[in-house]
Design a protein around this ligand. Structure first.
Ligand SMILES: Cc1cc2nc3c(=O)[nH]c(=O)nc-3n(C[C@H](O)[C@H](O)[C@H](O)COP(=O)(O)OP(=O)(O)OC[C@H]3O[C@@H](n4cnc5c(N)ncnc54)[C@H](O)[C@@H]3O)c2cc1C
Ligand code: SF4
Ligand code: SF4
Length: 334
C-alpha cells in the first residue's frame, strides 16, 4: 500500500436527519462542492476546500459534520445521496485495517482564497459581503430550540387563523396563516424562519422533511403579547419548470382549518435580522412571499413608532411582483 492510499482526511458531510433542505449551503459554497437530489444535500470531498463559508449560514447545523477517513475510502457523492443518517466515525480497528497508523493526523487544506469561477471571473461568495453576520445592534436570536432530529422534539402549534390573501380565482393562491404555541416558549425575531413538518411520508416511505417558512409577524406576536406567529405561504401547484405538481407542505398549510394542530421545529436563522439601533435605516428588497420577513420588520417598526418611544430610521421597500395589481392606465389618446 503506498503512502497516498493511507492519507487521512477530515471529510465534510451533511447530516441528512437534521438537514431541512433549505439550499442555503449550496447557494453559499463558492466552489460548487455541495449538490442535492430530491433526497439529500451532499458534499463532494474532491471539491470541498474547507473554506467554511457554508458553516455559519446553515440554519440547523447539519452542515457541520466531519469524519476522519482514509482518503481512498472517502464517502462518494453517490453514497451520501442514499443515506438516511450519518455513518459513525470509523473505529481504530477499521482505520488500522485501512492501513492508517494509530497516530495519523487527519489533514485539511488550509482555508483558501477563493478560486476563480469557471468563466474566469471571481466566484461570488456571500460571506465576503458580511451576509453571514447580523447587524451589530440586532437582538440575540434563539435557534434550534426544537427538532428536527427526533419527532418528540417538535412543538405542536394550533392554527388560529388561515386567510387567503390573493383574490379567489386568480392564478396564485397565498395564505396568511397564524399559529399559536400555547404555553410552549417559541421566541422568534423578525428575519427568522420556522420549520413545518408535514404529516405522512414521501415516495420512498421516509417521513417528510421539514419545510421552512419565514416568520411574518414581529417578535411580540402576530397579536401583540400573544405567543403566536404568522406565516405567508404560497400554494405550490407547479414546479420551477412550470410542470404541474402539488407541493407537500405548502398545500398542507394552505388547507389547514382553525383548530388544526401542526408540528413545528426551529426557530432558524441568526443572520438576516433587523438592527435595533433606533436610527438605523433599512432597505428591503423582495418578491412574492419573500415579503414575509419584511412584513415582520415593518410591523415591528410601526408598533415601536406607535408607542411614541422610538424615532426610527427610514424604511425603504422594493417589491417585485409577477402581475400588476391594477390594469395599466389606458393611453389618453386612444
Ligand atoms: C429560509 C426559507 C424561508 C422560506 N419562506 C417561505 C415563505 O415565507 N413562504 C413560502 O411560501 N415559502 C417559503 N419558503 C419555501 C418553502 O420552504 C417551500 O420550499 C415551499 O413552500 C415548497 O414546499 P412544498 O412542500 O409545497 O413543495 P415540495 O413538495 O417540496 O416541492 C414540489 C415541487 O415544487 C418545486 N417547488 C418548490 N418550491 C417552489 C416554489 N416556491 N415555486 C415553484 N416551484 C417550487 C420543487 O422543486 C418540487 O419540484 C422558504 C424557504 C426557505 C429556505
Ligand atoms: S439545513 Fe444546512 S445543510 Fe441542509 S440544505 Fe440547509 S444549509 Fe444545507
Ligand atoms: S467548506 Fe467551503 S468548499 Fe467546503 S462545502 Fe463548505 S463552502 Fe463549499
Amino acid at each position: 500500500m503506498d503512502m497516498a492510499d493511507t492519507a487521512v482526511i477530515k471529510q465534510h458531510l451533511i447530516d441528512p436527519e437534521i438537514c431541512i433542505r433549505c439550499n442555503t449551503c449550496e447557494a453559499t459554497c463558492p466552489v460548487g462542492a455541495i449538490t442535492h437530489d430530491s433526497r439529500n444535500y451532499v458534499v463532494d470531498a474532491d471539491k470541498c476546500n474547507f473554506c467554511m463559508a457554508c458553516i455559519p449560514p446553515c440554519p440547523t447545523g447539519s452542515i457541520d459534520n466531519w469524519r476522519t477517513m482514509p482518503r481512498i475510502r472517502a464517502y462518494s457523492v453517490a453514497d451520501q445521496l442514499t443515506w438516511d443518517e450519518l455513518p459513525a466515525e470509523l473505529s481504530a480497528d477499521q482505520l488500522a485495517e485501512a492501513g492508517v497508523a494509530a497516530d495519523a493526523v487527519a489533514v485539511e487544506p488550509a482555508a483558501v482564497s477563493l478560486p476563480a469561477a469557471a468563466s474566469g471571473e471571481e466566484a461570488f461568495n456571500s460571506a465576503q459581503y458580511n451576509a453571514t453576520v447580523p447587524p451589530w445592534s440586532a437582538a440575540h436570536a434563539y435557534t434550534n430550540l426544537y427538532g428536527p432530529k427526533a419527532a418528540e422534539k417538535t412543538v405542536t402549534a394550533t392554527v388560529v387563523g388561515n386567510v387567503r390573501v390573493t383574490e379567489v380565482g386568480k392564478e396564485y393562491d397565498t395564505h396568511h396563516v397564524v399559529l399559536d404555541f400555547g404555553a410552549m416558549p417559541f421566541p422568534v425575531l423578525e428575519g427568522q424562519s420556522i420549520g413545518i413538518v408535514p404529516p405522512g411520508v414521501d415516495a420512498s416511505g421516509r417521513p417528510h422533511h421539514a419545510r421552512q417558512y419565514s416568520v411574518a409577524s414581529p417578535r411580540n406576536g402576530e397579536r401583540p403579547g400573544y405567543n403566536n406567529v404568522s406565516l405567508t405561504i404560497k400554494r405550490v401547484l407547479e414546479d420551477h419548470h412550470g410542470n404541474a405538481v402539488r407541493g407537500v407542505a405548502s398545500n398542507y398549510m394552505c388547507d389547514l382549518q382553525v383548530g388544526d394542530k401542526v408540528q413545528v421545529i426551529g426557530p432558524f436563522g441568526t443572520t438576516f435580522l433587523m438592527p435595533n439601533h433606533p436610527k438605523s435605516a433599512i432597505v428591503m428588497i423582495c418578491t412574492g412571499t419573500g415579503s414575509a420577513p419584511m412584513r415582520a420588520m415593518t410591523e415591528w417598526r410601526r408598533r415601536l413608532r406607535k408607542s411614541g418611544k422610538f424615532e426610527g430610521g427610514k424604511l425603504m421597500l422594493f417589491f417585485g411582483a409577477r402581475t400588476c395589481a391594477r390594469p395599466p392606465p389606458t393611453s389618453r389618446r386612444s
